[in-house]
Ligand binder design. Structure first.
Ligand code: HEC
Length: 141
């Protein structure tokens, strides 16, 4: 009986510490992606979309509209790599501009930018790693 109890306590401790170490790993990765993504954003995106993600008038759409970013979550990688033309509606405003592609950004760079923009400017989404980006990028049209 006593042995069983000790065994049970041991299992519980082992299990909780296992879960905790997983969580820590995700949160460390999250921070790493976020920080790198911020740097990449400043270099490649900020000129048009602004440091606060608000865009510029009717020229550059904002990245502050979480519902748009949420709906397009799986298209973001393609938009970033290949750019976008044609009309896009964000926050009920139509934008008809040209966003240049970023062919030199690797899958992981794109994932980092996505973690940054989907967790800044009032957005709060889940972690998105390079595997997600890889999967989304094979579906680009
Ligand atoms: C030269 C200016 C420019 C740069 C640099 C630029 N964009 Fe854009 N972006 C635009 C324009 C213009 C559109 C709208 C295109 C259209 O009309 O279809 C757009 C659209 C978007 C959209 C979809 C609409 C929205 O507001 O959510 C996203 C997401 C986006 N850009 C993210 C980025 C990210 C991330 C980067 C950096 C890797 C970046 N852009 C760099 C000009 C730019």
């Amino acid at each position: 009986m006593r042995n069983k109890l000790i065994y049970f306590i041991f299992l519980t401790i082992a299990f909780t510490s296992m879960i905790q170490s997983c969580q820590n790993e995700t949160s460390i990765n999250f921070k790493r992606y976020y920080v790198n993504g911020k740097g990449l954003y400043e270099k490649n995106c900020q000129n048009c979309h602004g440091s606060d993600g608000k865009g510029l008038g009717t020229l550059y759409p904002p990245l502050t509209d979480s519902s748009y970013l949420n709906l397009k979550r799986n298209k973001l990688a393609c938009i970033i790599r290949n750019g976008q033309t044609g009309t896009v509606r964000v926050n009920n405003i139509a934008y008809d501009g040209i966003m240049p592609g970023n062919q030199t950004l690797a899958d992981i760079d794109i994932a980092q930018v996505i973690v940054y923009i989907t967790n800044s400017f009032g957005n709060k989404q889940d972690f998105y790693d390079s595997e997600f980006a890889k999967n989304d990028l094979v579906k680009c049209k």
